[in-house]
Ligand binder design. Structure first.
Ligand SMILES: Nc1ncnc2c1ncn2[C@@H]1O[C@H](COP(=O)(O)OP(=O)(O)OP(=O)(O)O)[C@@H](O)[C@H]1O
Length: 339
């Protein structure tokens, strides 16, 4: 388990102090995949780098498996850090060393004997699907392969925590999927706790179990990925989610709609996404509904449905019909007409 207690980080610059992290309290459970999302400058990297004390917090505590890292001596911290692996957006491989040597480097630095190093590197390269690239140099690898080397190196000393600093931001969508899939596998098979920072909500949706949204050094919202997608509260969270879930009706379609009708977006959560609620609503009311857009997606293994429909009828009947949806736990939002 990772606990950040009143974590605060200020940077001293020529122009004065700059706030990086503003008294953050956060608990990340063992074996979780935890995403931290925010725009550039929100403080994501600062939080991540405080977890392994690459950045020394100005105040507050970083507790990993019951040990407060901020209280350790230099040597104790060096040992504790071996249990926290890290991967980076731009991989940070040593260009003059082969794939094998890059991974072996982490083991040598930890003082492991050569016989163990050979065996361990071979195992790790197999795990990340690079057994045939051991003698290649980083320049001979694709971005995805470089990140796999980064992952192998980060796992070398059997860490309990893997910190991921925008691990797929430099990769194309297909390669991104393959790296997310590898991270998912190692989380499951090794029981590793993964903390990942990203500005892409799609990555959070695909991979993470929990997520925190950061703004101005603070965590402004936090929860399970499903809850955050199904019930976002803060405007910034809604903005991030809008980029992945929102569907904008084409202008041409708006022109064809009945000006007296209402366009509503309905969010079906949990089992509601799999029930015939719209059918029930139409049967119970005298209104008409014209479905303009609809999709059901699964976050983890829970369904989340989004439908956009035009409803027409008597205003009171429309209100009653929409209230019927709210009563059956749907999110209902009237969509503003595009002029
Ligand atoms: N080494 C540093 N020296 C001075 N200021 C810094 C330093 N590192 C970060 N900051 C400042 O701290 C704030 C938070 O930066 P941080 O890099 O943690 O945000 P971020 O959300 O990770 O952004 P990005 O996605 O651009 O990396 C910013 O205002 C940034 O300018």
């Amino acid at each position: 388990m990772i606990q950040l207690i009143d974590l605060h980080k200020e940077y001293k610059t020529k122009k004065g102090m700059v706030l990086g992290v503003d008294r953050v309290n956060l608990t990340i459970r063992k074996g979780d995949i935890f995403g931290i999302v925010g725009y550039s400058g929100a403080g994501k990297s600062s939080v991540l780098r405080c977890i392994n004390l690459l950045e020394k917090p100005t105040s507050g505590k970083v507790v990993v498996d019951g040990v407060d890292l901020t209280s350790l001596s230099k040597e104790e911290l060096r040992v504790a850090r071996q249990k926290i692996g890290m991967i980076f957006q731009h991989f940070h491989l040593i260009t003059s060393k082969t794939v094998f040597e890059n991974v072996a480097f982490a083991l040598k630095a930890a003082g492991k004997p050569p016989s163990l190093i050979d065996k361990r590197v071979t195992e790790l390269l197999q795990l990340v699907g690079l057994a045939d690239k051991a003698e290649h140099y980083p320049a001979q690898l694709s971005g995805g392969q470089k990140q796999r080397v980064g992952i192998a190196r980060a796992l070398a000393n059997d860490p309990q925590v893997l910190l991921c600093d925008e691990p797929t931001s430099a990769l194309d969508p297909t390669t991104t999927q393959s790296i997310l899939s590898l991270l998912r596998d190692i989380n499951k098979t090794l029981g590793l706790t993964i903390v990942l920072i990203t500005h892409e909500m799609e990555v959070v949706k695909d991979l993470c179990h929990h997520v925190a949204i950061m703004q101005d050094g603070k965590i402004i919202e936090e929860g399970s990925v499903y809850e955050i997608f199904a019930n976002p509260v803060q405007p910034l969270t809604r903005e991030f989610i809008a980029n992945t879930l929102e569907f904008k009706l084409p202008r041409k379609l708006w022109d064809k709609l009945d000006p007296a009708g209402k366009v509503v977006k309905v969010l079906f959560r949990d089992e509601a996404a799999e029930q015939a609620i719209i059918y029930d609503m139409l049967k119970a009311s005298g209104i008409k509904a014209n479905i303009l857009h609809g999709k059901i997606e699964y976050i983890g293994d829970k369904p989340l449905g989004t439908f956009i429909m035009e409803v027409t009828g008597e205003p009171l009947e429309i209100d009653n019909a929409l209230q019927y949806l709210v009563d059956r736990s749907c999110g209902v939002e009237v969509v503003d007409r595009v002029e």
